[in-house]
Design a binder for this molecule. Structure first.
Ligand code: GNR
Ligand code: NI
Length: 177
């Protein structure tokens, strides 16, 4: 099995997308080193700008992010990421999710966040993010808590979107995709 073998991305309503992921511990170092490159390859192929371990069925606090998949790769691998500060100022942005293909909605979140994580060597890292990166970090950390972007919109919009998704996935299944 190669480093870059792609992993299947779980789709709503898979129960694993609603579970709380557990922290990565010292005993997970090897698993995380093996998973990270495969998660990045899966994200680039999708294509997406982020992927959280629960989306590939691993209930670990691990995310990968790269905002520039087409240009020069700038991958972040975040182990046990935490938002340690969030701005009071909010920003609205259209979000999508690889676990809810072809569904989009405007989500309002803190415009800037400070995130702390460990890298693959176990070094502590911290950065301040704004713009799309801030949105993506919050979206990925939500996944670690079983939260999806549709949980941030009105029940009416959420139900419309989930029904549309179910219908489209049923169509796919019928067409043998
Ligand atoms: O690829 C993705 N694009 C995106 C766009 C706006 C806000 C968040 C995202 S993350 C998403 C990939 C994904 O589902 N990550 O969990
Ligand atoms: Ni997502």
């Amino acid at each position: 099995m190669s480093d870059t073998d792609l992993l299947p991305i779980l789709l709503v309503p898979d129960a694993r997308l609603r579970a709380k992921a557990r922290p990565v511990g010292p005993g997970d170092a090897e698993a995380v080193r093996a998973l990270a490159p495969r998660m990045l390859a899966t994200m680039y192929k999708a294509p997406g700008i982020g992927l959280a371990a629960p989306q590939i069925g691993e209930l670990l606090r691990l995310v990968v992010i790269d905002l520039q998949p087409e240009d020069q790769p700038q991958p972040y691998v975040m182990v046990n990421p935490e938002i340690v500060a969030a701005s009071t100022g909010l920003a609205a942005r259209e979000e999508g999710c690889l676990s809810l293909p072809n569904q989009y909605a405007e989500v309002t979140r803190p415009a800037e966040v400070k995130v702390r994580w460990q890298d693959l060597d176990g070094s502590r890292r911290e950065m301040q993010a704004d713009g799309l990166l801030a949105t993506c970090i919050q979206h990925e950390i939500d996944h670690l808590n079983g939260v999806l972007f549709v949980d941030h919109i009105s029940a009416l919009k959420r139900n419309m979107l989930l029904r549309k998704l179910a219908k489209e996935l049923k169509g796919r299944q019928r067409d043998g995709e």
